[in-house]
Design a protein around this ligand. Structure first.
Ligand code: FAD
Length: 464
């Protein structure tokens, strides 16, 4: 007779969900509500860690104006069916039914007015009430397709499931548990990845790129000397040359609106925040997206580059080596200010200074024009001034890494997934939801809404 202790019979379930983030929990509560046995395994000691910190702790959980245009995806039409089937209005009703108070903020963003973890608790309560089970500190290690379902290896033994939902998120924000684990599970099952990259993250600038642009013609009598007067005797504007140095040659400024990279005096713009309109002149954006009012938002200068909502949004569609264009006066035409009848004795600097901190006005204006009386300015000079303020280009050196990225661009190739069911086209019975997929939304509630919508699509589709 053998002394071997028989290993316990593997756990069996209808649906195994890997990951208790918003996508996995929404999927699990929906499937459990349909009477299926649902087991959610979460590697971390806490579920929904990103949800709990989202929106500054108040969860920007959706947006009243959502379309596939607000997402970056290799197949732009992919997210349409799930978004249509689970609209922001449906999510708003669900949140209201849970008794959670909300508010609408700029750009039709929907936030809670109570902590985000209240929303997490509603999801968890719903899951429990419907008979679903959540187990914490249990990592899904491998998923193997069998004749009648899946054999799932976990660090607490095997689980047999009829369907598996991969809801394991992305490597963004590792401080809250972000990792590549989900991508690896999908790849092991034959899925391919659109290369992941940090998104909704600050853009890095070479330090010299905040220097003022050089003149396109030899400076007039008020050139370098006038520039030196900007801001009084305290500061020398960064691009001003020492007296007697030769004028900047024209060839150094091939385009009036491209920032010339030159060393500056070390004075930093860090800490300045102001509303701008940001655009990506070389990105292949759909015209409706390029015109979208959401590109008007706050920009924050940091010691490393550009942050704030405007820069984070741009980071999603920015391509390496391409420029950003910033309109620093999105609501006022600088041209009208320069041309105003009572502006003749004023200088461009004094006019611009009314709308932004002095340090920034100094950097933006061409030094040879900043302190001229506007009455003396030629049409070409006015155009240069307007381009410097309304169409200022920056060439980021890169993106900040995943530790600062709210989300991950790229992910499991959407062409390998059914857009109505979120079911793998390669492995029947396998579902992929949320940020694991190559669907990344702009800042504004689009990513949580994608988690809800894709999770709901899979929760409705897993077979009973
Ligand atoms: C700081 C911050 C603020 C944000 N604010 C907003 C906002 O206000 N609005 C908005 O729309 N979006 C916001 N986002 C983005 C949003 O939080 C994510 O897009 C969303 O959480 C993705 O949901 P998910 O369920 O796909 O993945 P996740 O939330 O990442 O959940 C995945 C879960 O899977 C678990 N897991 C991973 N691997 C395994 C494994 N092998 N086995 C078991 N479990 C595993 C993880 O621990 C995690 O709990 C924010 C993100 C961050 C980082």
């Amino acid at each position: 007779m053998s002394n071997a202790v028989p290993s316990p019979a593997p756990l069996r379930t209808d649906v195994l969900v890997a990951g208790a983030g918003p996508a996995g929990l929404m999927c699990a509560r929906e499937a459990a509500g349909r009477g299926l046995r649902v087991l959610v395994l979460e590697q971390s000691p806490l579920p929904g860690r990103k949800l709990a910190v989202s929106g500054g702790g108040k969860a920007n959980f959706s947006n009243r104006r959502i379309s596939p245009l607000h997402y970056r995806c290799g197949d732009p039409a992919f997210c349409a069916p799930a978004l249509k089937a689970f609209s922001p209005a449906v999510m708003e009703r669900l949140v209201a039914a849970w008794g959670l108070p909300t508010e609408e903020r700029a750009h039709e963003q929907l936030f809670l007015t109570v902590p985000a973890r209240n929303l997490l608790h509603c999801l968890l309560d719903d899951l429990r009430a419907r008979g679903g089970e959540l187990r914490l500190r249990q990592r899904v290690l491998a998923v193997r397709r069998t004749a009648d379902g899946f054999d799932v290896a976990t660090d607490n033994g095997p689980v047999l499931a009829r369907a598996v939902v991969l809801a394991a998120g992305s490597p963004a924000w590792p401080q809250a548990g972000g990792s590549n684990a989900g991508f690896r599970l999908a790849q092991a099952l034959g899925h391919s990845l659109v290369p992941p990259f940090p998104a909704l993250t600050p853009l890095l600038l070479p330090p010299e790129s905040l220097a003022a642009p050089a003149p396109t013609s030899a400076p007039g009598p008020s050139g370098p000397d006038a520039a030196r007067r900007v801001g009084g005797s305290r500061r020398l504007p960064p691009a001003a040359r020492p007296a007697g140095s030769p004028p900047e040659p024209m060839r150094r400024m091939p385009r009036a609106d491209i920032i010339e990279a030159r060393p500056h005096d070390g004075e930093t713009l860090a800490g300045i925040s102001l509303p701008v309109r940001i655009s990506l002149p070389e990105a292949d954006l759909a015209p409706a997206l390029a015109r979208d009012p959401l590109w008007k938002d706050d920009l924050l200068f940091t010691h490393e580059g550009l942050s704030g909502p405007a820069a984070l949004k741009a980071s999603l569609f920015w391509e390496d080596g391409s420029p950003l264009e910033v309109d620093f006066l999105p609501d006022v035409a600088f041209r009208d200010m320069l041309d105003a009848p009572d502006a003749g004795r004023r200088t461009p600097f004094s006019l611009l200074r009314q709308h932004m901190p002095q340090r920034l006005a100094e950097r933006l204006l061409p030094p040879d024009l900043a302190q001229r009386r506007t009455a003396e300015l030629s049409r070409a000079a006015r155009e240069r001034l307007c381009a410097a303020v309304h169409a200022r280009r920056f060439r980021p050196a890169g993106r900040a890494d995943f530790r600062k990225a709210e989300v991950c661009g790229g992910g499991v190739d959407a062409r390998e997934v059914d857009p109505r069911r979120m079911e793998s086209r390669l492995v029947p019975g396998l579902y992929l939801v949320g940020e694991m997929l190559d669907v990344t939304g702009l800042l504004g509630g689009y990513n949580l809404h994608w988690a809800w919508a894709s999770g709901m699509a899979a929760g409705r589709a897993v077979p009973a």
